[in-house]
Design a binder for this molecule. Structure first.
Ligand code: BGP
Length: 493
């Protein structure tokens, strides 16, 4: 075989998040996360947060930045279904699942730690030993197969108690709570984990602002999002510094939702609008975390929405001292930006806007655009000069299981093949790409919809949108295909 384009120690693997796979939402001392009070949604209905206010139950859309109404207390409504409570029960199936990942030849497995297993409410002084023990068992199991864990410290699963108390990161006390939690992890898992990510898709707070009509023209939503981000940037930077003090070889990355924007027309107004969308949605967070300071355009973004932030000199020093070691991102699709009125639009949580007539869209409105991945990789390589990792990529689809328990997911193989090929072209162009973890390598609860039927995995899990099913695992056709990809280091596409 020809020598591979991918580096020889390239980190092939798959990605998940605690709240989307683990279940066991109240086991062994775990506290409630925000996702534990989040109902299932559908294509038409958003997921909802459930709460009580003055003794009465209520619901509000579970959107970043929306939060609970003033005075409301998040609560589980016995008449609602919460898909994350059981998810795919990784909490009790982790050995079986890791064995399957090992069979595919995974070099890495991305998972997140549920903050509420370690600090059930968030503000305890001492961590919950049973929670620490669970992840130690998982990491030891991975080690048995030489699979390197890639650990997200916070993946959309803030402790509910802290989120209520500090109104979704509107108080700088959240920074200390996060750093305390992250430091416990860095000390506890030294020798078992090398790769860490501070916040999943940190930029989703700003991304969402333009995508939901309720935020349009609402400066307070922008104030909320930018303040939350500032505290998260400082928390992330202080965590990076703490990690290096505990173990200098730790590789700590940021994680950006990598949405690619194109101008719809060559009208210079569209070109400029598109550039500004990159600045707000992508570069704003990436620059602070990778370059250690706010970019010059930050002032324009704040002024546009009358945003005034609590930023101290110490914060700015912390940002400088805690630059990330690698830049990681999710990549699913591209969007189109225009200042013109458009007839052909597409709806979807991250994809709302004008339709790109050159691309195909999934039933959730997500486009398939492998060139977009190459474009993104090349841009970020030039801008940051850091090792890059694609830590989420994949196709959400409704899979059909045949009578003999097979899933012929050639559409998924096709999607992944095209994206791996795009990564290959980027590497040939000199991009420093060190890893690739496909999203939802085993079927899991969809974050955006709360459905099980939006599947991404190489492994089918028998569970439906109402929580029925045996939870048995079955290999899809893509399982053997991915195994072959890893064995050939990306050559046998
Ligand atoms: C990303 C999240 C993941 C994940 C993925 C797919 O935004 O980091 O948690 O779920 O998107 O989205 P969905 O589950 O809505 O299909």
């Amino acid at each position: 075989m020809n020598e591979s384009v991918f580096p020889k120690d390239f980190l092939w693997g798959g990605a998940t998040a605690a709240n989307q796979i683990e279940g066991g939402y109240n086991e062994d001392g775990k506290g409630l996360s925000v996702t534990d009070i989040t109902t299932a949604g559908s294509l038409k209905h958003p997921r909802m947060l459930t709460y009580t206010l003055n003794g009465k139950p209520g619901k509000t859309p579970a959107l970043p930045g929306a939060g609970l109404p003033e005075g409301a207390v998040g609560a589980i409504d016995p008449n609602e279904y919460y898909p994350n409570h059981v998810a795919i029960d990784f909490y009790h199936h982790y050995k079986e699942d890791i064995k399957l990942f090992a069979e595919m030849g995974f070099k890495t497995f991305r998972l997140s730690i549920a903050w509420t297993r370690i600090f059930p409410k968030g503000d305890e002084k001492e961590p919950n030993q049973a929670g620490l023990d669970f992840y130690r068992r998982v990491f030891e199991e991975l080690k048995k197969y030489n699979i390197e864990p890639l650990v997200t410290i916070s993946h959309y699963e803030d402790p509910l108690y802290l989120s209520e108390k500090y109104h979704d990161w509107q108080d700088r006390k959240m920074i200390d709570e996060y750093v305390k939690y992250a430091t416990v992890l860095f000390k506890e898992y030294k020798g078992l984990v090398k790769y860490w990510l501070t916040f999943n898709e940190i930029n989703s707070a700003v991304l969402m602002l333009n995508m939901f009509s309720q935020h349009a023209g609402d400066d307070s939503a922008f104030q909320h999002a930018y303040q939350k981000l500032h505290y998260q940037f400082v928390a992330s930077a202080r965590a990076v510094k703490a990690a290096h003090e505990i173990y200098p070889n730790y590789m700590v990355g940021n994680m950006i939702c990598g949405i690619v924007s194109y101008p719809l027309t060559p009208d210079p107004k569209d070109i400029l609008a598109c550039r500004h969308s990159w600045e707000q949605n992508i570069y704003y967070c990436g620059d602070v975390q990778a370059l250690g300071e706010y970019p010059s355009f930050a002032k324009r973004l704040w002024n546009e929405h009358n945003v005034h932030l609590d930023i101290t000199d110490q914060d700015l020093a912390d940002l400088k001292a805690g630059k990330v070691d690698m830049y990681t991102f999710s990549y699913y699709m591209s969007t189109v930006v225009t200042t013109h009125e458009v007839k052909d639009t597409v709806g979807g949580n991250f994809s709302a806007g004008a339709k790109n007539s050159y691309l195909k869209y999934s039933e959730w409105g997500w486009s398939t655009d492998p060139e977009g991945l190459q474009y993104y990789l090349e841009l970020m390589n030039d801008r940051y000069h850091l090792p890059l990792m694609v830590v989420e990529n994949g196709l959400g689809a409704v899979d059909k299981m045949t009578a003999d328990h097979k899933v012929h997911d050639d559409y998924r193989i096709d999607y992944l093949r095209q994206h791996i090929s795009a990564m290959k072209d980027a590497i040939k162009d000199g991009v420093n790409l060190i890893g690739y973890t496909t999203w939802g390598c085993i079927d899991l609860v969809s974050a955006g919809t709360g459905q099980m039927s939006k599947r991404y995995g190489f492994i089918y899990v028998d569970r439906d949108d109402q929580g029925n099913g045996s939870l048995k695992r079955y290999k899809k056709d893509s399982f053997d295909w991915y195994k072959k990809i890893i064995a050939s280091n990306g050559e046998d596409l």
